[in-house]
Design a protein around this ligand. Structure first.
Ligand SMILES: [Zn+2]
Length: 285
């Protein structure tokens, strides 16, 4: 647990899986990315979903519910998915998933929103955090209702319709302070409705970058994922927020880095790198 001003934050790993390395680095040649992210025999690289548990006053917030466990054997094999989810991660840090009052997802792709539901009684997708509102951008919700053919495979209705049905859905439009010191900000880029989460208190700041900058390797500005629906927008937004975070000494958190949560930045040619002594490392596995 560490603090950003008055806000207590515990980063935690909600999912561990693998995805094709090429898809994670778009047009960057394998000869370059494989040094940073060594692929397995199926060309897959290790990835996490790194979530945040945030305590603001009485409020308990989960940022990014992760992939969850609603997958059949074939999908588990394709993604080399480990048996873990955000509820387990919360229990692991000594927190009660039933106390979560707000869940924020940067977007509704299954690797980010899947953990918001689980297979409940009768094999129905059931909200994982029944005491929590689920917050996402209205623009993202529209996309999930009727995904573009290129993005359809990334949206799984069982991840989010049960939340609407249970009356838990809370849509935001653009930028908003959702709790004291906790802000969501619409960025677009990865998806039209992608948002980031900023936590600001007493002059300190942490930015959860979602899929604008999924891993520390993506701190190079032109290293973009093939999954980005609007890569030019990703580039623009990523540049803007990294520049700002670097200038202000904000801590950034990566959604998918398999080895670390984030840290502070310093500018290098072509992008940014983490300042060694500020790196927030994962707990040993
Ligand atoms: Zn993702």
């Amino acid at each position: 647990m560490f603090r950003v001003g008055k806000v207590e934050i515990e980063p935690m790993v909600s999912s561990r899986f693998r995805l094709d390395g090429g898809s994670m680095f778009g047009f960057i040649p394998r000869a370059l990315w494989e040094r940073k992210a060594p692929p397995d025999e199926k060309n897959r690289i290790r990835l996490n979903v790194n979530s945040l548990f945030v305590k603001v006053g009485d409020e308990r917030i989960l940022v990014e519910p992760g992939m969850g466990l609603k997958y059949d054997d074939a999908a588990r094999d394709i993604y080399a998915l480990r048996e873990m989810d955000a509820r387990g991660a919360l229990l692991g840090i000594g927190s009660d998933p039933g106390e979560i009052s707000l869940v924020i997802a940067t977007h509704l792709h299954f690797d980010h929103a899947g953990g918001s539901t689980f297979w409940g009684d009768g094999g129905n997708a059931t909200p994982s955090f029944p005491g929590a509102k689920f917050m996402v951008q209205a623009r993202e919700w529209e996309e999930a209702l009727n995904p573009h053919p290129l993005a359809k495979g990334s949206y799984i209705p069982d991840d989010y319709f049960p939340l609407e049905k249970a009356g838990l859905l809370k849509l935001v439009d653009g930028d908003e302070e959702v709790k004291e010191g906790v802000f969501v900000q619409l960025t677009g880029g990865h998806t039209a409705g992608h948002e980031i989460v900023r936590i600001r208190s007493e002059g300190e700041e942490l930015i959860y970058l979602g899929d604008l900058v999924p891993t520390s390797s993506h701190l190079r500005l032109n290293w973009l994922m093939a999954w980005d629906m609007f890569p030019q927008e990703t580039y623009t937004q990523k540049k803007k927020y990294l520049e700002e975070a670097c200038g202000k000494g904000s801590t950034v958190i990566f959604s998918h880095d398999p080895d670390l949560f984030g840290g502070r930045l310093r500018a290098v040619p072509g992008g940014y790198e983490l300042v060694g002594e500020t790196v927030i490392r994962l707990r040993p596995r």
